[in-house]
Ligand binder design. Sequence first.
Ligand code: C5P
Length: 311
Amino acid sequence: MGPVDTRVKVRVAAKVNLYLRLATRGDDGYHELSTVFHAVSLFDEVVAERRADDVIDVHTHGGQSDRVRDDATNLAVRAAVLLRAEHGQADQGVHLDITKTIPVAGGMAGGSADAAAALLACSVLGDLDTTPDDLHDLAAKIGSDVPFALLGGTAIGHGRGEQLVPVLTRGSYQWVLALAPRGLSTPQVFRQFDEQIARGEVEPMPQSGTEPPRELLNALAGGDAEGVAEHMHNDLQEAACQICPELRKTLEVGKRAGALVGIISGSGPTCAFLCASQTDARNVEAVLKILPQVHEVRRASGPVPGAQLVS
Ligand code: C5P
């Protein structure tokens, strides 16, 4: 890849959180967290193309693209603008073309994934002198989940989610993802969590830097899907279910259909079911598909890599 490239394509994965514990909201408005991110095989594609002028714009197509705003608030545009301001030249315009497969506002970091892909695509397109650390720092400025979208695999996250340590895993995990007909606002789910703390319904994470359970990390290292399922946890699950009570039913039905566990992905409303085998995953998929509150069902496996250059 060199300065002559006029078009660069990057593929980027969605994530689920295998574990998510949150402290109370800090003075900066964010919740310190302890999480285990896991990249799964639902992919968005971002193509970055040179423009003759200095405009940075975006067009999104594919599933649910009508829910994405193709303006300056789009995280991929914000990524390209920030990258240019810090490492590029003011007259370098770029057109971003996003093909969406990751659910929008689904708790699977779809917008963050597009931002990560845009950072990589634009830095290759512009032949910029950016190091992985530079991209990580820019990613953290754009959103809490963007650094993991660059990294991929399975990783422990601290801080807002930007302090990452890769986790050793063995084997491949089978997932069934039940998508809801409408998205959930991440800030709204976090506010619901704050209210739960105020009402004494949940205990926030006691101190910063709390590690995810050793049993979960051991199960991941051993390729033990049942052990992983046993120790999965999401502090935002109850908050998401209070806002969308029908999610409880989806979780229950998926488990009864044979999943090892069902969990809300991130801030929801996507429900992620870990299954022991592809056969079990197909059965769970078939049952979830007929639920009226489920918009669409996808199967995926993880872990998969982070943002990657395709062409
Ligand atoms: O970082 P990002 O813009 O993706 O976060 C979206 C919103 O989610 C924040 O405005 C905040 O309300 C909430 N959030 C939080 N604590 C985190 C991450 C996100 O409260 N660690």
